[in-house]
Design a protein. Structure first.
Lengths: 353, 168
């Protein structure tokens, strides 16, 4: 009972703070200015959601008293040479944003080759830097210390159990005897996804970008797995795809080979969609719950206050869930990648058993 | 919709960034860590095995020790037995030798005593003969003076002497 009262007390400022927030003061207004939409006063749900989970040419942090606090990012466009500018100077360079919020040529309305450092790219860079620093610091500990005389301390003690768990329990079991060749890739994939997932949950600046919930990112990860599976597959794997052990009429009209070849692509495709959908859904769920506060702002203090309470409680719950999902999806991606690699390294003896 | 259409720029950067991360971690990160961990777990396995072997060897040594003690005890009793045997033998030998020596000495003494007695008897005989000769001389001298009454006495004397000599 006392704990409940304490929680309510802690939530009180949240509820009070939620009151003066005016709809439309969110980033939505800024973007609708640029795109030229209406809806200055209404809370634009779609802009709110997709503004948070989507990509952007600047990293919007918050708005304090109508003042935007955002990190400007370089737009890099290749069209008759390389053009580098920030979003505010897009018009001067002859570019504008289309309805998806992407840079297009102002005259032709066509997408140029756009390799801008967007919010997600910057997030990727920061998270990757963090990951590389963490792992290399950990590796440095092992270089500097005699592992037979000392037990790991600090970062090494934190990361070692995770690395060992992934390598021994997931990679070794799924890939089989040749696992040492693939464990660097699979460990990299695991920690890359894990760090990006966790940073995605963290709400302010270096975090908060929806990186692993972006299909391009998960697509590239799946592509790497695809390459790992197919570049190093053994003879038996290719025979199983092109000339499987099925009755002849299934191979003469190449039904089974077609299905198998399709399977080569559906496996990484499922990896891509699974990670993307899980993380995106997590972000959207969390945002939707928080959005309740802003949606009910105009409906009076009682409704808004109670909704704020509900949103805060659900927000805590969903954040915990997302922590679990962040780990789980990294784990699942790694495990399935390992299984696919393992399938490409089976030997006929093990299969006939 | 932009959510499910991958953006080229992001794809490009993702390939670059993930490629770099992969390269760095696969070259300088994870292999170092996994090798070190592997090294340690190998070391632990080896140490356990070595400890097991040492234990086994220790048990073997205890057995060996007991065996050696047993052997030594047997050896000791054997030596003791041998010693007592040889002692007996030496004593018996000594007794035998002493007995032989004593018998030899006794024989020698007997021989010597016999020789002494022989010579003593011979001495006595010689003296008896001398005395007899002297007695005979004296009698002969007197008888030569007195005549034939004395011849009977002479016969009697010789007879007596022969009778005295007979018991020997």
């Amino acid at each position: 009972m006392r704990k409940l009262r304490l929680i309510l007390l802690l939530l009180l400022p949240v509820m009070l703070a939620a009151q003066p927030v005016m709809p439309g003061s969110d980033r939505a207004s800024e973007i609708s200015d640029q795109v030229g939409d209406d809806g200055e006063e209404d809370f634009d749900v779609s802009e709110y959601l997709f503004g948070h989970v989507g990509d952007a040419y600047e990293w919007h942090i918050t708005t304090i008293k109508e003042k935007e606090i955002a990190i400007p990012l370089p737009c890099i466009v290749i069209e008759n040479g390389i053009h580098v500018f920030t979003l505010h100077h897009a018009a001067e360079n002859g570019y504008t944003l289309n309805e998806d919020g992407k840079l297009v040529n102002a005259q032709t309305g066509k997408r140029p080759l756009d390799i801008s450092i967007t919010k997600n790219v910057l997030g990727l860079m920061i998270d990757s830097l963090l990951l590389v620093v963490l792992i290399l610091l950990c590796a440095r500990w092992y270089r500097r210390h005699d592992v037979l005389k000392e037990k790991p301390t600090g970062l090494a003690a934190l990361l070692e159990p995770v690395i060992v768990m992934i390598e021994q329990d997931v990679i070794k079991d799924a890939v089989g005897p040749e696992y040492k060749r693939f464990s660097p890739y699979l460990l990299t994939a695991f920690f890359f996804i894990l760090v990006n997932n966790l940073m995605g949950i963290f709400p302010v600046f270096p975090g908060g970008a929806n990186i692993t919930g972006n299909i391009a990112v998960t697509g590239v990860l799946a592509l790497f797995t695809f390459l790992m599976v197919n570049l190093f597959g053994n003879k038996h794997y290719w025979k199983d795809i092109l000339w499987p052990d099925v009755p002849l009429f299934l191979k003469a009209i190449p039904i089974m080979p077609i299905i198998e070849i399709l399977g080569m692509f559906t496996k990484p495709f499922s990896l891509m969609i699974r990670l993307f959908a899980n993380i995106l859904a997590g972000h959207i769920m969390l945002l939707s719950v928080i959005m309740l506060i802003f949606l009910t702002a105009a409906m009076g203090p009682v409704l808004n206050g109670s909704m704020t309470l509900i949103a805060a409680v659900f927000g805590v719950f969903l954040d915990c869930l997302e922590l679990l999902v962040a780990f789980l999806q990294a784990y699942v991606f790694t495990m399935l990648s390992a299984v696919f690699i393992g399938l490409a390294h089976q030997h006929p003896e093990t299969e006939t058993n | 919709m932009s959510l499910i259409t991958p953006d080229f720029g992001l794809l490009f950067w993702m390939v670059v960034i993930f490629g770099i991360v992969f390269f760095l971690l696969a070259k300088f990160g994870f292999p170092v860590i996994t090798k070190a961990v592997q090294k340690r777990s190998d070391h632990i396995a080896d140490s356990l095995k070595a400890a097991d072997e040492a234990q086994a060897r220790l048990a073997g040594m205890a057995e060996e020790h007991a065996r050696m003690i047993e052997e030594t005890r047997l050896e000791q009793s054997r030596i003791l037995k041998e010693a007592s045997e040889s002692r007996e033998r030496i004593i018996a030998q000594a007794k035998e030798d002493a007995a032989a020596e004593a018998a030899k000495l006794l024989d020698h003494a007997k021989v010597e005593i016999a020789a002494e007695r022989e010579s003593a008897i011979r001495d006595i005989r010689r003296q008896v003969a001398m005395i007899s000769v002297e007695v005979a001389e004296k009698i002969v001298r007197k008888d030569l003076d007195e005549g034939d009454g004395q011849l009977a006495l002479l016969d009697r004397l010789v007879e007596e002497a022969e009778q005295a000599q007979m018991p020997n």
